[in-house]
Design a protein around this ligand. Sequence first.
Ligand code: C2E
Ligand code: MG
Ligand code: MG
Ligand code: MG
Length: 279
Amino acid sequence: HAKDCGRKTFQFYSAEMTARVEKRLTMETELRHALERGELELHYQPQLDIATGRIVGMEALVRWRHPQKGMMPPAEFIPIAEESGLIVPIGEWIMRTACRQAMAWQAQGLPELQLAINLSARQFKPELAGLVKEVLAETGLPARCLELEITESLFIEGTDSETASILAHLKALGVSLAIDDFGTGYSSLSYLKCLPVNKLKIDQSFVQGISSNPEDASLVKAIIAIARSLNLRVIAEGVETEAQLHYLREHGCDYMQGYYYSRALPAGAFVELVKPAGA
Ligand code: C2E
Ligand code: MG
Ligand code: MG
Ligand code: MG
């Protein structure tokens, strides 16, 4: 009897697993078509200089307008894109689309803003610098206007020479590099002293604990101090309250991004926000 039960349990899990695998495969197929069907779109979240209150940049954040499921956040499909390798063509589309958009805004006479784009570790191949160079040339976006966001996961096992060489090539193009979700990656900090990093992005989990959790507040303070002492810029993400902003200002954080000022917006709404009054 016990044996039978065991087998049943096994069959139960097996059916559930099959369903999960099927769901994933379906999503992978749909995602493969999403690009060609124009279902992906970029939203833009403003980044502000804390001292002046001015918008100085924006982060491009991808969304999937799924024909049945509606607007899907990246957390639900980026992991699948990464595992399947689809992140490479999708990432290329994101880079082109965002740079073209940023350049179009400049051509319309909007103030020059810096565009931040997220990169997955899977995109971090020797071809990357070539792609960035090509996209900048094609769109006319000045390299100083492009910032690439990478995560510490790239440096977890130390920095191999391939990664270092890609970073050097990117640096040579004149684009800047930011470390996203800084403080969550369990990597050693030694890469900060030898790699061409320009900016740290304080992870939103720390920012959100500023008023409620003294440890989070201390970590935010410490990250700002690390950035200042290494002559890096520092931005806080996920800023939702006046109290958080106040703390960041008091401790010398350079920039902020978060719902307190604005969510990520479709291009049309973003431009309305940035347009000088009367323009
Ligand atoms: P991330 O790069 O750390 O982006 C910040 C996320 O926090 C965004 O979520 C943004 O909408 C959200 N956020 C911003 N301000 C606030 C706030 O005040 N409160 C809260 N609760 N959240 C805030 P989103 O757009 O869902 O993106 C999630 C993650 O997906 C991103 O984290 C990034 O890792 C990834 N991702 C997004 N777009 C891309 C992309 O184009 N390429 C790649 N490779 N990954 C992307
Ligand atoms: Mg990011
Ligand atoms: Mg982040
Ligand atoms: Mg993140």
